[in-house]
Design a protein around this ligand. Structure first.
Ligand code: AMP
Ligand code: MG
Length: 504
C-alpha cells in the first residue's frame, strides 16, 4: 500500500478535479444516472501522479484517504455527474442487444493540459441497471493487470486508455475463489464504442444515432465537418485510426483478446484490458484468452477482426451517409475495403522501421514475411529478436545473440544475409540506424510471466513491490537500464503463462 501522505493544504479556492461534462448532455437515452455503490474500506494501491497532474487534478488539495474515497466511488466530488453508459455489441460474433456499463461508472470529464477532453471512469464500482448477472465489481488481479498493461501501452506510444488509480475496497469478490475487490480509475479520451451505435441502430433510433455521431465528430474528428460527405469521411477517419492502431499492436506483439464491438472505442484507443497479453515466442495464431476457443482474436486475426468491426459500425450510420440505401452501402463498402490497404501501409512502414530500413523497396514485404516465417518455424522470441537486431546492426559479432534465439541458427544466418544486403543499399550511418531502431523495438514489454508474478504477489501476499517495480520498468520500454536485464528475458521453462482470463 502507498504509505506516503500527500501534503494536505485543504485549499478551498477550487475543486480538486475540475469536471466539464459533455456526454451527460446527450440525454437520458444514452445512460442511467446513478452513483457508485460505496465500499467498505478503500485504500490506495497506486496513484498515477504524472497523469493526475496532466489532467489538472490537484492531488495536494486532499490527503490520500480522501483520494481513496474518491477513486473508490465513496465520495462524489462537486461537478461529477455519475452515469453508466448504455451500449450493445457483438461478442465473439454474436449480437447482444443490450450490454452497457455493468460494472463501471463515468464520473465525468476533465480537460487536460493539452486541451483534450478525458473521461474519468471507475471500473468495479458496483451494480448498475446494465449489470445483468454480474456483481458490478472487479477483483484486484485484473485491476492491476489493466494498470500495468495500459500504462505500458502508453509508454510504448500506442493510443490507449490510461490508469489513474487502483484502490482496494476491503471487500471480497466471489469468482472461482474469493478474491480481494478493487476499483480502477480509467481515463479515456472517450468511451463511445461501436456497440453504442449498434444499440441505437437496432432500435431504429435515427435521431439518437445522429446525436451520437455528431458528438463523436465534435469530440474526436472535428476536421470531417468540412468534408462534402461528413459522415462518410468520419467512417474513413475511424477506419484509419483503427488500421494504425492494430498495426501498432502487431508491431509489439500485443494480443487484445476480446475485440468485441463493445470493446472498440470510436476514439481509436486501445480499450478494455481483459485477457490481453504480449506474446513471447512468435506465433501468428497465438491466443491467450481462456474463452477464445476458436482463435477468433488470435494475434494474426486481429487486422481482419478490426475490419469486421468497422463494417458493423458502418451499418449503423448508412442512413446518414446517403438517403438511398444502395448508394450508402456502396460508399461505405468502399471505405471498408480501403482498410486492407491502409492497414498494410501502416504495418509495412512500422516493420521497415523495426528492421532499420529508411527507404521502401518492393521486395521489403517479402523480407519481413520471411523473417516472421523463420521466427515462427524456429520459435524465436518476438521482442528479443527485434531488439537484438538493433545490436546486430551496430556490431555484426552480435549476430551470435540472435542466432541462439532460433532453434535452427542457420535459418537466421540465411535470412540475415538478405537483410544485410538490403541494408547496404541505404546510406545511413550505423550509429544513426541503431538509434532509430532502438526507438521502435522495445527492450521490455509486460511479459505475461512478469505480470502474473506481480499480480500473485499482490493478491496472495499483499506484496506490491513486484507490481511497483514492473510499472516503473515498463515506463521506459525502449531503454536497457542497468540492473533490469531480467525484465527483458522470456519466461524460463515452467514460468510460461499459457492462459489469461477476463476476471469478470
Ligand atoms: P468486458 O468483457 O469487460 O468488455 O464486459 C462485457 C460486458 O459485461 C460489459 O457490459 C460489462 O459491463 C459486463 N460485465 C463484465 N463484468 C461484470 C461484472 N462483474 N458485473 C457486471 N457486469 C459485468
Ligand atoms: Mg468491455
Amino acid at each position: 500500500m502507498l504509505k506516503k501522505k500527500i501534503n494536505s493544504k485543504k485549499n478551498s479556492r477550487k475543486n480538486p478535479i475540475c469536471f466539464d461534462n459533455s456526454f451527460v448532455q446527450l440525454g437520458e437515452k444514452f445512460y442511467a444516472k446513478l452513483n457508485p455503490t460505496p465500499v467498505e474500506q478503500p485504500e490506495i494501491v497506486k496513484l498515477n501522479e504524472e497523469l493526475a497532474n496532466n489532467l489538472g487534478i490537484d492531488l495536494e488539495m486532499l490527503d490520500l484517504e480522501d483520494w481513496a474515497s474518491i477513486f473508490s466511488g465513496n465520495r462524489i466530488l462537486p461537478g461529477a455527474e455519475p452515469l453508466a453508459m448504455v451500449y450493445a455489441g457483438h461478442q465473439f460474433g454474436h449480437f447482444v442487444p443490450q450490454l452497457g456499463d455493468g460494472r463501471a461508472i463515468l464520473l465525468g470529464e476533465v480537460i487536460d493540459n493539452s486541451s483534450i477532453r478525458n473521461d474519468i471512469q471507475l471500473k468495479g464500482s458496483g451494480i448498475t441497471p446494465f449489470s445483468r448477472q454480474g456483481d458490478g465489481r472487479a477483483a484486484l488481479g485484473p485491476v492491476l493487470r489493466e494498470y500495468i498493461v495500459s500504462e505500458a501501452m502508453h509508454a510504448l506510444g500506442i493510443p490507449t486508455t490510461r490508469s489513474l488509480c487502483a484502490v482496494t475496497t476491503g471487500e471480497p469478490v466471489y469468482r472461482e475463489t474469493v478474491l480481494p475487490g478493487a476499483v480502477l480509475t480509467r481515463v479515456a479520451s472517450g468511451h463511445v464504442r461501436t456497440g453504442t451505435f449498434q444499440y441505437f441502430a437496432l432500435r431504429g433510433e435515427e435521431k439518437a444515432i445522429t446525436q451520437l455521431v455528431n458528438y463523436v465528430i465534435d469530440r474526436h474528428y472535428p476536421e470531417v465537418k468540412e468534408a462534402p460527405n461528413t459522415y462518410l469521411k468520419l467512417l474513413e477517419k475511424v477506419m484509419d485510426r483503427h488500421a494504425r492502431l492494430v498495426a501498432q499492436w502487431l508491431h509489439v506483439g500485443f494480443i487484445h483478446g476480446v475485440m468485441n464491438t463493445d470493446n472498440m472505442a470510436l476514439s481509436g484507443e486501445t480499450i478494455d484490458y481483459g485477457p490481453c497479453a504480449f506474446m513471447d515466442t512468435f506465433n501468428r495464431s497465438q491466443v491467450f484468452s481462456s474463452i477464445d476457443h476458436s482463435g477468433r482474436y488470435s494475434y494474426g486475426n486481429q487486422p481482419q477482426i478490426v475490419q469486421w468491426n468497422l463494417a458493423r459500425l458502418a451499418e449503423t450510420i448508412l442512413p446518414l451517409i446517403d438517403k438511398k440505401q444502395e448508394s450508402a452501402v456502396e460508399m461505405a463498402k468502399e471505405v471498408i475495403e480501403l482498410y486492407s490497404e491502409r492497414f498494410k501501409e501502416y504495418w509495412l512502414s512500422g516493420m521497415r522501421q523495426k528492421l532499420g530500413l529508411l527507404t521502401s523497396e518492393p521486395e521489403d514485404e517479402n523480407l519481413i514475411q520471411s523473417l516472421l516465417n523463420t521466427m515462427h518455424e524456429n520459435e524465436a522470441d518476438f521482442t528479443l529478436t527485434f531488439r537484438r537486431l538493433c545490436d546486430a546492426v551496430f556490431d555484426r559479432k552480435m549476430d551470435r545473440n540472435l542466432r541462439n534465439l532460433f532453434k535452427d541458427a542457420a535459418a537466421y544466418d540465411k535470412w540475415s544475409k538478405s537483410w544485410r544486403s538490403r541494408l547496404s543499399r541505404e546510406s545511413v550511418s550505423t550509429e544513426e540506424r541503431t538509434k532509430l531502431m532502438r526507438k521502435v523495438n522495445p527492450a521490455v514489454i509486460p511479459r505475461n510471466h512478469r505480470v502474473e508474478q506481480a499480480l500473485n504477489a499482490a493478491v496472495e501476499n499483499l506484496d506490491y513491490s513486484p507490481f511497483e517495480k514492473l510499472v516503473e520498468v515498463l515506463s521506459f520500454p525502449y531503454e536497457e537500464l542497468e540492473g533490469q536485464s531480467e525484465f527483458m528475458q522470456p519466461p524460463k521453462p515452467g514460468e510460461h503463462v499459457l492462459e489469461t482470463f477476463c476476471g469478470t
